[in-house]
Design a protein around this ligand. Sequence first.
Ligand code: AMP
Ligand code: GLY
Length: 419
Amino acid sequence: MKVLVVGGGGREHVLAWKLLQSNQVEQVFCTPGNGGTAVLEKCQNKAIAVDDFPSILELVNSESIDLVVIGPELPLSLGLTDYLQPHNIKVFGPNQAGATIESSKSWAKDIMVKAGVPTAKSGTFTDASAAKEYIKAEGAPIVVKADGLAAGKGVVVAMTEVEALAAIDELFAQNFNKVVVEEFLTGQEVSILALTDGLTIRPLISAQDHKQVGEGDTGANTGGMGAYAPTPLVDSSLAFRITSEVLEPTLKQLQEQGIDYRGVLYAGLMIAPDGEPKVLEFNCRFGDPETQAVLPLLQTPLVDILSACAEQTLAELPPFQWYEGIAVCVVMAAGGYPASYEKGKVISGIADAQTENAIVFHAGTTLKNDEILTDGGRVLGITCIGKDISNAIATTYNAVDKINFEDAYYRRDIGHRIL
Ligand code: AMP
Ligand code: GLY
């Protein structure tokens, strides 16, 4: 089989790497890929932007690609699946209607309410003064969310009413014309990535991300600074509840609305101190960096699962098999991220790190004149599998410490919440 992976982040590197572990997959293409997919055996980058649909179609036809796996939310929300499917191309990734579950917080809330899925109480507003009235009535802390893709910058967790009111002004000034104002929830955040063919839905092992840039979960929100999987915060009875109370009702609601959803349904959940799960958000794609922790533990060939989702035969697959242990992924970022940062720094030590039972996944990197250079905010994700969390953390940081680039930054406390 030939597979195209659309995207060029850490998630796409791990997808390409995992797909190539199956004998069935003879070649993977990445559009546009990164420095890691450029040097991955049997993988070839093509400099095509994720929103250049005609060039993607041309590549699929000229290379006789059997399966297209769409990584990021942008091409999904722009309708790449809808664009390719009429050409009889097998696509993993929801269509534009399905991707609305990530691109519109209010639409997602509506699905949750109709499906009876546990989530924070909220109101949706197209008018700043009505949103402010609601905030004044509810009081702080409270959460304000822009209704639209905002690259992780559309959510303000306001500890005071003043902050919440300011967030409303800011979001409306930024051309968002709808906001969701939501009850503040406390507890532990976990990520459940579930795979669906539109008929059946099955969760992968649970993961926990570390969204904030600073150690001890402080500072600005980022795309994610590290993750581990599985998390003991989700035991088998909670996993069962999440499937029956969140994933299945959401899929059923999507079906009722006539949406043929084939891809990842990613539930970002808050687990309250009393153990009750509530949905914070849904995403329409694999989480990054959660995927870099989850997929290395997957034993079932990934290509079988993604093909089954695209072909609506997921129910026929035996239960997913997993390797023992726990995987930790630490993200190395460019100094300054998530605000401004520099690119083009030479990265050294990757080969050394890779010998330490570690997998170095590239995110914002590029291959230039045989050197790997930084090319984004999140640069690398280093994953190791250990027999327990302490062992996995020690091995991962041992590998991380072998890698260098100017102004490299990473958190030293990935996994701290369960230690
Ligand atoms: P979202 O994009 O909706 O997941 O929000 C981004 C981050 O904001 C989440 O990962 C949480 O850390 C935080 N957050 C979102 N909603 C809430 C909420 N209702 N209560 C507390 N924190 C929240
Ligand atoms: N790591 C969070 C996300 O992928 O949205």
